[in-house]
Design a protein around this ligand. Structure first.
Ligand SMILES: *[C@@H]1O[C@H](CO)[C@@H](O)[C@H](O)[C@H]1NC(C)=O
Ligand SMILES: *[C@@H]1O[C@H](CO)[C@@H](O)[C@H](O)[C@H]1NC(C)=O
Length: 271
């Protein structure tokens, strides 16, 4: 980023001043492009969504990216990060009646459009029936897992791996939703019976993003025009009794876009 340029100059008195100014400018957000523990966002957005009944109040999905025009030496590259923000104390313990794991995933690649309308902006991208197809497909895949013998700690991550390998038929969706190289996933809440305990991961930030990855050949301009798709799940853990129906598996979709420009960190209203 521009903030770091000039640090390699020989030290002259005026340079010391310049470096002080640079440190000043870097102090708010200090993270190099190749550091995958943090992000200095070129663009960032946050979209609040309902995740009842576990959380009484909406929680927010944060999505941000940085870019490098030279990448690994050839061609552009972007760095993408996501995390959640929420009020830990607004958890509803009465929702806990089974061992469950909640996860959040973010898909970036080959979707353009402007988030609008219901299903947290996704229906404006691909229509209500496609949102329903995606939810049904994920519910069915996770439901099948819960009745299988496997020992999976992350139901959503496991189901997404399967769907990326064997592309499902999504008749109402124009684009192949699961046809990307990777969909990073983070588990963030664990519900345990019989004592109705809930453990929730600490909210993230640009200093502590939950997942960070790089997209080769992507320019900042291209990524700004892409729609990122958040998939949030709440599903039985492998050590719980299986759900009675796929509808017992909660899937929320959030479609968001990070416009290029200074990070605002502000919430975006999709209504
Ligand atoms: C986007 O689509 C193009 C053309 O279909 C394909 O070559 C490319 O791999 C896709 N990119 C991603 C990230 O899925
Ligand atoms: C839920 O998890 C707890 C603690 O890991 C375990 O003792 C209990 O047997 C599990 N409940 C069910 C229904 O499997």
């Amino acid at each position: 980023m521009a903030c770091f340029q000039g640090l390699g100059l020989r030290v002259q008195p005026w340079v010391v001043l310049a470096i002080l100014a640079l440190l000043q400018c870097g102090s708010a957000q200090f993270c190099s492009f190749w550091n995958n523990n943090c992000i200095d966002p070129l663009a960032q957005t946050a979209v609040p969504f309902d995740f009842q009944p576990l959380f009484n109040d909406p929680i927010s999905l944060y999505y941000s990216f940085d870019s490098s025009s030279s990448g690994k030496g050839e061609g552009p590259m972007t760095k993408t990060a996501f995390w959640l923000g929420y009020e830990d104390r607004k958890i509803n313990p009465y929702a806990v009646n089974s061992n469950r794991t909640a996860e959040v995933a973010l898909r970036v690649g080959n979707f353009t459009g402007t988030p609008a309308g219901t299903t947290n902006g996704c229906d404006g991208i691909w229509g209500k029936s496609c949102s329903r197809d995606i939810k049904n497909t994920l519910q069915a895949a996770i439901f099948q897992l819960t009745t299988s013998e496997g020992h999976w700690s992350q139901p959503l991550a496991t189901a997404l791996d399967q769907l990326m390998t064997n592309q499902p038929d999504l008749p109402s969706c124009g684009a192949p939703v699961f046809d990307v190289a990777s969909i990073p996933v983070q588990d963030f809440a664990y519900e345990r019976t019989p004592d109705q305990q809930v453990t929730v991961m600490k909210a993230g930030s640009s200093y502590r993003p939950w997942q960070v990855w790089y997209l080769d050949g992507m320019t900042a301009h291209q990524q700004a025009s892409q729609v990122a798709v958040g998939i949030i799940s709440r599903a039985p853990s492998y050590d719980s009794s299986p759900p009675t129906s796929p509808d017992d598996i909660q899937i929320e979709l959030v479609c968001l876009q990070a416009p290029q420009g200074p990070p605002s960190g502000s919430s975006k209203d999709d209504d």
